[in-house]
Write a protein that binds this ligand. Structure first.
Ligand SMILES: [Ca+2]
Ligand SMILES: [Ca+2]
Ligand SMILES: [Ca+2]
Ligand SMILES: [Ca+2]
Length: 416
């Protein structure tokens, strides 16, 4: 049963749904694979989570269609693309490999958590959680995996729309048990990050609730909340709150290399009437010091309204980590710490952009150095950036015919 769940009736319903889903066993869906040769690759692949759109009567790609998971695999003849299509959801927000058990996906409208597996080159899925939240939208928006209770099984923390639900889906020895750990009416929780910022050996969950988008974006408040496991339940506290700004992107990483992770946030612009940017995007760092969070501005992205992707890693091979901020309209920013509290900001590609501008760092080619992968939705391309010692060399590894026919929401990797 779902213990400590605040959902009441919906909790009972969720539990029932999961029971029936587990009894259903493997469901074929309408998964389509366009992989021509059906061979399994042996190396790492990129998992690209997408939503697709159909044309309306005016020929505009605005009607939500299927959620899709694109698997991009390097080969001697360039990157191979394979699509898993799912008509039960119209958005795939993210996919994560879960050990050798398969690929987990989260979708929206319908809100579904699925586990995908490949047999004889056909992908099929099992639904682990299918739920509604009682508002207008039912979206599983972001998730991360970690063993919160220390039982040896990795659990999932999931951000959802639009009733402020933060859920943990416990892995109880192979049985998946969802639990709502928070709920706030008419709130959108966009992002989950996990890390031990207080250094007590237990992982906390960081989540970003914000008020619904308005047409003007004026006075859309939000912040970061934190859930710390106390051995029995999660204790909620606030990291930061803004009345006129909000956060849809956070990152936990040890960028300064002192062995302790920091929390980074992309604080969206404070907007005035008529889409006037009163304060542009700030990248802010939060350190947990003596029981509270201390914030410091890293950089401000001049002229930028929002930045929905922060990643970190040593992308230029100098032994120190960089922070990469992929912004809506000002390109891909590589941010380097140049001293105590000082940072430089270099735009490596000002043409790349989009609402999400999903970005990921991975060593897919196996040379021991990270490559940067970014989804440029303005041009419908997925690009790789490799630092050659002087500059970032850009290679387009995938391009769709009609850029507006899809949106990329996330990029991760899997060993397939
Ligand atoms: Ca666990
Ligand atoms: Ca901790
Ligand atoms: Ca570096
Ligand atoms: Ca590499």
């Amino acid at each position: 049963m779902i213990s400590g769940c605040k959902g009441g009736d919906s909790a009972a319903k969720n539990d029932q749904t999961i029971e029936s889903a587990q009894k259903t066993d493997v469901k074929k869906n309408d998964a389509v694979s366009d992989k021509a040769d059906g061979k399994k690759s042996n190396g790492k692949a990129l998992l690209v989570a997408l939503s697709t759109f159909k044309k309306d009567d005016n020929g505009k790609y605005v009607i939500p269609d299927k959620g899709e998971l694109q698997i991009l695999t390097p080969s001697d003849n360039g990157w191979k693309s394979e699509m898993i299509k799912d008509s039960e959801s119209n958005v795939y927000h993210k996919a994560l490999q879960y050990k050798d058990e398969g690929i987990l996906s989260i979708g929206a409208n319908e809100a579904m958590l699925k586990l995908w597996n490949q047999n004889d080159s056909k992908w099929s899925s099992k639904t682990l959680w299918h739920t509604t939240f009682g508002g207008k939208q039912n979206r599983l928006r972001d998730f991360e995996k970690a063993d919160f209770d220390g039982d040896g099984n990795e659990d999932l923390a999931i951000a959802t729309h639009d009733q402020g639900v933060v859920a943990v889906v416990w892995n109880r020895g192979g049985k998946w048990v969802p639990e709502e750990i928070d709920r706030q009416a008419d709130m959108f929780v966009h992002e989950i990050e996990i890390g031990d910022l207080d250094g007590n050996g237990k992982l906390e969950i960081y989540a970003t609730p914000s008020k619904p988008n308005t047409a003007s974006g004026v006075e859309q408040g939000g912040g970061i909340i934190r859930f710390a496991w106390n051995g029995e339940k999660f204790e909620k506290s606030e990291v930061v709150h803004y009345d006129k700004r909000h956060i849809k992107e956070v990152l936990v990483a040890d960028v300064d290399g002192d062995g302790k992770p920091e929390l980074y946030a992309s604080v969206e612009a404070q907007m005035g009437e008529g889409f006037k940017i009163e304060v542009p995007v700030d990248i802010v760092r939060f350190d947990y010091i003596d029981g509270k969070f201390v914030s410091k501005k890293v950089v401000q992205l001049a002229g930028e309204r929002f930045c929905r992707f922060l990643t970190a890693g040593d992308i230029d091979g100098d032994g120190k980590k960089e922070l990469v901020a992929s912004a809506f309209s000002t390109g891909i920013h590589v941010i380097k710490q140049t001293g105590e509290g000082s940072y430089s900001d270099t735009v490596i590609d000002k043409e790349s952009g989009g609402f999400e501008h999903a970005t990921y760092m991975a060593d897919i080619d196996g040379d021991g150095k990270l490559e940067l992968y970014a989804a440029d939705d303005n041009h419908g391309s997925i690009n790789q950036y490799v630092y050659d010692g002087k500059k970032y060399v850009k290679t387009t590894i995938n391009k769709r015919l009609v850029p507006k026919s899809a949106m990329v929401w996330n990029i991760t990797t899997a060993n397939l």
